[in-house]
Design a protein around this ligand. Structure first.
Ligand code: AMP
Ligand code: ZN
Length: 483
């Protein structure tokens, strides 16, 4: 099997730890091993969560399309303060409750065309692994049992604590540690010993396990350390999540993993910036979130959402405007995505017909072939360059404007880009626009460009009378039959 070989380098990605772009290579020379913090399954994932999951999926695709093998692990958080709290409120067992939301998450992932991770471990299925790690940390003096019987990580026993989130440059410092903190999530700037094992409390109901330190359950930060070690070893290649996870979650993961194994946890750290709503982070807690179902009910597809998410660079905040000043729902970015996808679908159809093909190539077939990218090379390079998805989209439209002397090649190259972005196109019916209509539409476009509004309007009316409608975009137009 041939890996796709395109005259290009390996992907480069901004690394949170090193604060610069680094080239991605599999450290074992073979498989790029990466871990993504997965969803906490206590409700539907919102489109902010999916900004992160979609970008991780694009990263996976770019890694594979550039010829590397990937091993992708994404966990399911199915035991923590929130899953326990809400399952109890609904009178359900934790398993019943989390299974429901896990299935819903999978359904949304399928609609959004996310590749399935190779391994999707759940926290509840890995309690023994977590207990083993706590034992190692107790033995090596990095953990202690508090008076409440919970086990805490002794933050100042790990001098490198803070290296990821650059604590040394912030106001809080190692040594200023206050009392231990046993909640799973805590405020950004509170530095405290954190819980590895939470002693059983009455409000936990039946959700507890036995351990050498008494009954209880693991703290939230521990599961990713234990499961990444189990499935990817140490050090692995890359760890990822939304930027909110950088501190304390990922900082705590490093402290646990590196103190337990004596090895670096992983080489690269990849964090996505938040999707915001009116400037504030979209979150379940703030109740300002939209789910995929909300958008479907408003008439948009998962593929339009995916396109809208790809239209901003992952290191820039993406503000999702759902309402205008009058409070009307606008979903601006989704309307633009709809138009752009229609244009892409038409361009794809044209190239497909010119290439004499009928079915789009599968993702696997693109991995297996050597494809000359030609005019699409700049679009691919944008993806290699810190996953610059908006630049990639812009360069794809530029490439489509060119005359393609080898349509089959151009068609395949377009599909490499679409596969990298994970974009699926709406099905486009083949419409034969009569030559005189196309000509008239072109004249009307030229008149519009020349700001001859009267002529442009007259031609538009003539076309409408003949049953054709013109749809303008920023850099071109299309003619479609009036329904
Ligand atoms: P959770 O289900 O809360 O554990 O989050 C799942 C993933 O979504 C994590 O990687 C979070 O960092 C990420 N995430 C949460 N909110 C947002 C947001 N508004 N924008 C982008 N990513 C987010
Ligand atoms: Zn995690």
């Amino acid at each position: 099997m041939n890996a796709t070989r395109m005259k290009s380098d390996r992907p480069r990605l901004f690394d949170t730890l090193h604060r610069k772009e680094l080239e991605l290579n599999p450290s074992d020379g073979e498989t790029f091993r990466f871990y993504c913090c997965g969803p906490t399954v206590y409700g539907p994932a919102h489109i902010g969560n999916f900004r992160t999951f979609v970008l991780q999926d694009i990263l996976r695709r770019v890694i594979e399309l550039s010829g590397m093998k990937a091993k992708h692990v994404r966990n399911i958080t199915d035991v923590d303060d929130k899953t326990i709290r809400d399952s109890q409120a609904e009178g359900k067992t934790l398993t019943e409750f989390t299974q429901h939301w896990t299935e819903r998450f999978h359904e949304d992932c399928r609609k959004l065309n996310l590749l399935e991770p190779h391994i999707e471990p759940s926290a509840v299925d890995h309690i023994p692994h977590q207990i083993t790690m706590i034992a190692q940390l107790m033995e090596s003096g990095h953990a202690y049992q508090g008076s409440d019987k919970s086990i805490y990580y002794k933050v100042d026993s790990f001098p490198a604590y803070g290296k990821l989130s650059h604590l040394d440059e912030r106001e809080i410092q190692l040594g200023s540690s206050q009392s231990a903190n046993d909640s799973d999530e805590y405020e950004k700037d509170s530095l405290a010993d954190f819980a590895l094992w939470k002693a059983r409390k009455p409000e936990d109901g039946d959700n507890y396990w036995d351990s050498a330190w008494g009954q209880g359950r693991p703290g939230w930060h521990l599961e990713c350390s234990a499961m990444s070690l189990e499935y990817l070893g140490a050090p692995f290649d890359l760890h990822s999540g939304g930027i909110d996870l950088c501190f304390p979650h990922h900082e705590n993961e490093i402290a646990q993993s590196e103190a337990a194994t004596g090895k670096e946890m992983c080489h690269h750290w990849f964090h996505t910036t938040h999707l915001t709503v009116n400037g504030g982070k979209m979150s379940k807690t703030a109740r300002n979130f939209y789910t995929l179902t909300d958008l479907e009910e408003a008439g948009f597809s998962a593929s339009e959402l995916r396109y809208a998410l790809a239209s901003a660079h992952y290191r820039q905040p993406l503000n999702f405007v759902a309402k205008d000043k009058l409070g009307n729902e606008t979903f601006e970015s989704l309307h633009s995505a709809q138009q752009a996808l229609n244009r892409l679908a038409r361009a794809e159809l044209e190239l497909r017909n010119a290439a004499g093909e009928t079915e789009p190539p599968t993702y696997q077939s693109l991995l297996d072939q050597e494809i000359e990218l030609g005019a699409f090379q700049p679009a691919w390079e944008a993806l290699l360059s810190d996953l610059n998805t908006p630049d990639c989209l812009g360069k794809t439209f530029t490439a489509l404007k060119e005359k393609h002397s080898a349509p089959k090649n151009a068609w395949l190259a377009l599909h490499v880009i679409l596969a990298g972005l994970g974009i699926t196109l709406p099905v486009e019916e083949s419409v034969d626009v009569p030559a005189e209509i196309q000509e008239k539409a072109q004249k009307r476009w030229d008149a519009k460009q020349a700001k001859d509004w009267a002529a442009a309007d007259a031609l538009r009316d003539e076309l409408a009378e003949a049953g054709w409608q013109i749809k303008d975009a920023k850099d071109g137009f299309e003619v479609v039959p009036i329904d």
